[in-house]
Design a protein around this ligand. Structure first.
Ligand SMILES: [Zn+2]
Length: 491
């Protein structure tokens, strides 16, 4: 039997000593340094009314060939405003990039469509997608009226196509992106699983489960930069067996479907009494997740402010918020697919384990590395189940084993809702990234079965995935997890 407090004792591992040495070395490099966390002069909030959320009206999402992506952007000397464009995703299969453009960039690209690489507009009004998502949360039974995007007739958008689909058929009385039915938790009957929830509701669900179920403990693994607890749920379905499976979600704040999926996995592992023990963290990047609900739906990193050297990033603001928590682990730190600029959405942090969220998780995993036999990190989007390595295209010594597991996963996922996810080592399948949690777990902790899944979709809605997809995403991920457990543990 594992007791809760065993997970909480700070680790004295060599990893911490290495961290201290790395900290000492890197802190002298003068690339960037930590600023006072309470400062209010926040560059990220330039476009924010402090009482309201960032408005993405007239921001567009476009799809463009990777080779033409530079044509979208202004020449260097006029591109100071980094809120005007953001690369959301690269599709390495069809060699396209998905890019968010601010209102000015949108107007410029539309005006000069041929000279800017002929991008395809998926939406001209990202805010309409966010509004639809929010509307579902405010009242599940209300009809949600989506704002018609302001696009010129010569540039049809994805939203326009949806509108046109309905012309001449029937007038819909429900939003096409709204779930057709509500799926209630079998443990907490008032809780609807296919709906997005703010942090307080997520944590309430964990506490309610703990109150009503035996063998469940909710505990805090550590605190965020802004002082919020990072909560985990321990599910002891097989207390006499010391083996655990670790699952984390929402390392990247805007990946909301990872949270709803994690809640469904919690529900299913309890209801179906899967004979394994689990530690599940449904929201790892707690500050970032709260920020996506209260300020900026498209936020990715944590919220810790850092100063940037003017010399290193001369055309960027002096100060930016946030470290990419999946670039902050001690594995090929600072290598390809990460950034040393605090203003980059891939900022790796000043040194490995610099962020309190990553420190909390890595301490717990390191201390319990002999008990944790499998890990799964939930991300979105891309529809891919992946294994190490992320930092190199080189194969690991366990490649054949990983692929056997992933093939079983792929089959189970596809047979659930008919959607086939890609499988493979992350670096060779999708993109290279350094400082990844999955790679660190595999290489530094020696846990063979470390995986990462990129959930739905393939880029149309991306991070702003409509609520109607919460349920299929959750159910197929559960099927994949169940198949992996069967394959690895034979249970
Ligand atoms: Zn992610």
């Amino acid at each position: 039997m594992v007791r809760m407090n065993e997970w909480l004792v700070p680790s004295k591992s060599t990893i911490n000593r290495i961290t201290l040495i790395m900290f000492a070395l890197l802190f002298t490099s003068n690339i960037c340094h930590v600023t006072n966390g309470n400062s209010t002069n926040d560059q990220d909030d330039v476009h924010l009314d402090h009482q309201s959320r960032k408005d993405y009206t007239n921001h567009s999402v476009v799809k463009i060939s990777e080779t033409n992506i530079h044509l979208l952007f202004e020449p260097r000397n006029s591109s100071n405003d980094h809120s005007e464009h953001e690369i959301l995703w690269f599709d390495n299969v069809d060699r396209n990039a998905y890019v968010r453009l601010g209102p000015n960039a949108t107007a410029r690209v539309k005006r000069d469509i041929h000279r800017t690489g002929n991008p395809i507009f998926l939406t001209s009004n990202l805010q309409s997608w966010i509004d639809a998502e929010q509307g579902l949360n405010n009242n599940h039974n209300n009809i949600v009226h989506r704002t018609r995007p302001q696009s010129s007739s010569s540039f049809p958008t994805f939203d326009d196509m949806i509108e046109e689909d309905s012309v001449g058929t029937t007038i819909r009385n429900v939003d096409p992106l709204m779930p057709e039915e509500s799926h209630r938790s079998r443990i907490i009957r008032t809780f609807i699983l296919n709906q997005y929830y703010p942090l307080s509701k997520v944590y309430q669900f964990l506490d309610d489960i703990e109150d009503r179920t035996n063998g469940i403990t909710v505990f805090t693994i550590g605190h965020t930069h802004e002082g919020r607890p990072i909560k985990a749920i321990e599910i002891l379905n097989n207390p006499s067996d010391g083996r655990f499976i670790w699952i984390d979600a929402c390392t990247h704040a805007r990946e909301w479907v990872t949270v709803t999926t994690a809640l469904y996995l919690i529900e299913q592992t309890i209801v179906h009494k899967v004979p394994m023990n689990f530690i599940i963290v449904p929201v790892l990047n707690v500050d970032g997740y709260v920020y996506t609900w209260e300020k900026d739906r498209m936020w990715r990193k944590n919220r810790r402010p850092y100063s940037a050297s003017r010399l290193a990033v001369h055309n960027m603001p002096d100060r930016c918020n946030g470290v990419d928590l999946n670039r902050n682990y001690d594995i090929n730190f600072g290598g390809e697919g990460s950034s040393s600029s605090p203003c980059s959405y891939l900022y790796q942090g000043p040194h490995p384990f610099s962020e309190p969220e990553v420190k909390a998780v890595s301490d717990l995993l390191a201390k319990n590395r002999h008990r944790i036999k499998m890990t799964l990190s939930l991300h979105s989007f891309n529809q891919l189940w992946a294994s190490p390595n992320a930092f190199t295209t080189a194969r690991t010594k366990d490649h054949e084993h990983h692929m056997r597991v992933l093939k079983a996963v792929q089959q189970a996922v596809a047979s659930t809702n008919g959607v086939t996810y890609e499988i493979g080592p992350l670096g060779a399948s999708l993109y290279l990234g350094s400082g990844f949690m999955m790679d660190w777990i595999y290489h530094k902790l020696g846990i063979r079965d470390a995986y990462l899944v990129e959930l739905r979709d393939k880029g149309y809605h991306g991070f702003v995935l409509p609520a109607k997809y919460i349920w299929p995403t959750a159910t197929e991920t559960w099927a994949g997890l169940r198949a992996a457990i069967r394959m690895i543990f034979n249970v």
